[in-house]
Write a protein that binds this ligand. Structure first.
Ligand SMILES: NC(=O)c1ccc[n+]([C@@H]2O[C@H](COP(=O)([O-])OP(=O)(O)OC[C@H]3O[C@@H](n4cnc5c(N)ncnc54)[C@H](O)[C@@H]3O)[C@@H](O)[C@H]2O)c1
Length: 96
């Protein structure tokens, strides 16, 4: 099950990503790595051995977000501001 987490390299996002990976999800983290420590968080996630992709992009980049959420089961937004309007055609279910 593919789960996309924007801001996934932040405090909340990386813990959510770790939890989802441990649960067996395919996790896609989309983060612009602007927060100090975000890159280190992404590296930590990579050490957990789960199914992880990290996309270095801004949530305001429509094409990047659209590509990330394609075929996703869920998209969770933890990048401030916490919004994500996944295009319906991308097939993702907005849950937050
Ligand atoms: N941590 C808390 O206790 C708490 C409580 C209430 C609300 N919140 C809200 O939840 C959200 C996440 O909190 P957090 O503590 O994980 O913050 P955080 O700063 O640790 O994480 C945010 C992540 O989003 C990324 N980011 C920022 N702007 C981005 C953009 N334009 N595109 C892509 N990525 C971007 C950052 O690089 C960072 O990795 C925030 O909006 C925060 O205000 C947090």
């Amino acid at each position: 099950m593919k789960t996309v987490i924007t801001g996934g390299a932040g405090f909340i996002g990386c813990n959510l990503a770790a939890h989802a990976m441990r649960a067996g999800d395919q996790v896609v983290v989309l983060d612009n790595l602007a927060r100090p420590g975000a890159a280190a968080n992404a590296q930590w996630l990579a050490t957990l051995g789960g199914d992880l992709s990290v996309i270095h992009a801004d949530v305001r980049d429509y094409q990047a977000v659209r590509a990330a959420v394609r075929d996703a089961y869920a998209a969770r937004g933890w990048a401030p501001p916490t919004f994500l309007d996944a295009p319906p055609s991308a097939g993702a279910r907005r849950i937050r």
